[in-house]
Design a protein around this ligand. Structure first.
Ligand SMILES: Nc1ncnc2c1ncn2[C@@H]1O[C@H](COP(=O)(O)OP(=O)(O)O)[C@@H](O)[C@H]1O
Ligand SMILES: O=C(O)C1=C[C@@H](OP(=O)(O)O)[C@@H](O)[C@H](O)C1
Ligand SMILES: [Mg+2]
Length: 169
């Protein structure tokens, strides 16, 4: 990977951004950051505490600020699933390198996520998983430079697919 080019991972909660991100950083000798951690350290609160004290829109607002102001050359950047609600944030992250969408079907995500209502997902109360999935899918596709299909792939296979697609860019 060239000098300080970064890689940005987007996708639904449970898609594997945080897990695959660390493996990718190791493989490419890049630094790793999870923007969820940036939010928590800036606020001095967990994401769940931020949502409990305000609401999902406030979490999205804070996330948008954090990713719009971040300077992250030379990183694999695992975003939170709701990062794509911030146009300014995505524009900023996109300056650092390609945006990779880890795409999973709703069925696969349901298998991985058992705590949809209590996982701290930044969604309107009552919004169903299917509705959220549809709304988000359009946004992930809008920002993706690369899409990797993750259904039926273990972590190594996802990692290999991301590396292959990055080489082909
Ligand atoms: N390709 C995969 N196959 C099976 N399980 C996976 C895969 N990718 C991630 N997981 C698992 O799914 C869960 C969510 O992964 P995580 O990296 O936290 O996702 P995200 O950061 O996108 O929300 C973790 O338990 C992780 O081990
Ligand atoms: O999709 C979402 O609304 C969220 C996803 C989480 O990150 P992961 O996508 O890494 O689970 C985290 O940012 C927050 O709980 C909101
Ligand atoms: Mg994550």
């Amino acid at each position: 990977m060239k000098n300080n080019k970064s890689i940005v991972l987007i996708g639904m909660p449970g898609a594997g951004k945080s897990t695959v991100g660390v493996l990718l950083a190791k493989e490419l000798a890049l630094d790793f950051v999870d923007t969820d951690v940036l939010i928590q350290t800036r606020e001095g609160k967990t994401l769940q505490e931020i949502m409990n004290e305000s609401d999902y829109l406030n979490l999205r607002r804070i996330e948008g600020e954090v990713i719009a102001e971040a300077e992250l050359p030379g990183y694999v950047i695992a975003t939170g699933g709701s990062a794509v609600y911030s146009e300014a944030g995505m524009a900023n992250l996109g300056r650092f390198g390609p945006i990779v969408f880890l795409n999973c079907s709703a069925e696969e995500l349901r298998r991985r996520i058992h705590n949809y209502e209590s996982r701290g997902i930044a969604k309107a109360p009552g919004q169903s998983f299917a509705e959220l999935f549809e709304e988000r899918q359009a946004l992930y596709r809008k920002y993706a430079d690369i899409t990797v299909e993750c259904d039926g792939c273990d972590l190594q296979q996802v990692l290999d697919a991301v590396l292959r697609e990055l080489k082909a860019l």
